[in-house]
Design a protein around this ligand. Structure first.
Ligand SMILES: C[S@@+](CC[C@H](N)C(=O)[O-])C[C@H]1O[C@@H](n2cnc3c(N)ncnc32)[C@H](O)[C@@H]1O
Length: 292
């Protein structure tokens, strides 16, 4: 992207966004292997320091101006596992196993979800489109868009976790017009607008997913669409669902989203729901209405 960074009012210098950090720095983090195995305390301290550094980095560069965003309808209760640093810590070690784990859980995924979502990508993303993928992870959606032969104009993937981005870079670094950047959707502001925004299985990691959706709507060009797939809650989970919910929250740091959080946004297509352990997988196509 050739955008000019915003100017810092105090120093008069361009702001340094985290997302502009050169990829080499992320790779340095990846290569930092200890020569000797550190003691548990040392490694815990190192992890804490790394988390503190990342938290600092995530907070510094973005404009903290959320005045245009409405208050969330409902803040999720019991959500301490959904703190961004917990999610970040989890994906730092899980990144290497993410694609493998998908192969294991794919047979349990309703096949119609994949078919339906791919259909929407083909239907709504036009050749030449500027695409944003929020929580791009290891790049599953990049793969879907490429498999659909969509000749996008640009594809920008953001993710809070550098290790997930590293996995994506291994696979897609050679793709023209593709940018993979670090960014925390809860903190960042967008300086441009996109034709299509994709987000799959990422916003259920957030305490206030509706705030993120609202923010994404402001980053959409008029007529653009948000193609959204995520874990949603059902009103009366059964016992086995409750067990799954516990695992999701405590081990994987996500929690299915109450449907009322999504249903207040303008949709351009009837949403689809697919029963899945612990709740349901839901697909929404949000669109920008005048005034957003
Ligand atoms: C379950 S993975 C989904 C990855 C990919 N979209 C997919 O469907 O396979 C969730 C991703 O969301 C990212 N994520 C979680 N919280 C985030 C945040 N606050 N900002 C940006 N990305 C976030 C995680 O780092 C992770 O890569």
């Amino acid at each position: 992207m050739n955008e000019k960074p915003p100017i810092d009012q105090k120093s008069g210098q361009p702001k340094t966004f985290i997302e502009q950090r050169p990829p080499s720095q992320e790779r340095d983090v990846e290569r930092r292997e200890p020569l000797e195995k550190p003691s548990t305390k040392e490694s815990e301290r190192a992890t804490e320091t790394k988390i503190a550094e990342i938290k600092q980095l995530l907070q510094e560069p973005f404009v903290q101006n959320n005045t245009m965003l409405p208050e969330p309808t409902a803040v999720r209760t019991n959500s301490s596992n959904l703190e961004v640093h917990n999610v970040h810590k989890f994906y730092s070690w899980f990144a290497k196993y993410y694609d493998l784990s998908r192969k294991i859980w794919n047979p349990f995924f309703p096949a119609s979800v994949e078919k339906e979502f791919n259909g929407l990508l083909s239907k709504y993303i036009k050749d030449g489109a500027e695409i944003l993928d929020v929580g791009v992870g290891t790049g599953i959606n990049i793969e879907r868009v490429l498999n659909d032969n969509i000749a996008f104009g640009s594809y920008e993937g953001i993710d809070v976790n550098p290790e997930m981005l590293t996995e994506a870079r291994h696979k897609f670094d050679h793709i023209k017009n593709l940018t993979l950047r670090i960014g925390d959707i809860t903190q960042m502001e967008f300086t441009k607008q996109y034709d299509s925004i994709i987000s799959t299985l990422a916003l259920s990691h957030l305490k206030e997913p509706d705030k993120a959706i609202q923010k994404l709507l402001t980053a959409l060009k008029p007529g653009g669409k948000i193609l959204y797939l995520d874990n949603f809650a059902v009103p009366k989970p059964r016992l086995r669902d409750k067990a799954a919910l516990w695992v999701y929250r405590n081990l994987f740091h996500f929690s299915p989203i109450p449907t009322e959080m999504a249903e207040k946004f303008p949709v351009s297509e009837e949403e689809k729901h697919f029963p899945f352990l612990g709740g349901q997988l839901s697909i929404y196509v949000f669109q920008k209405n005048p005034g957003i």
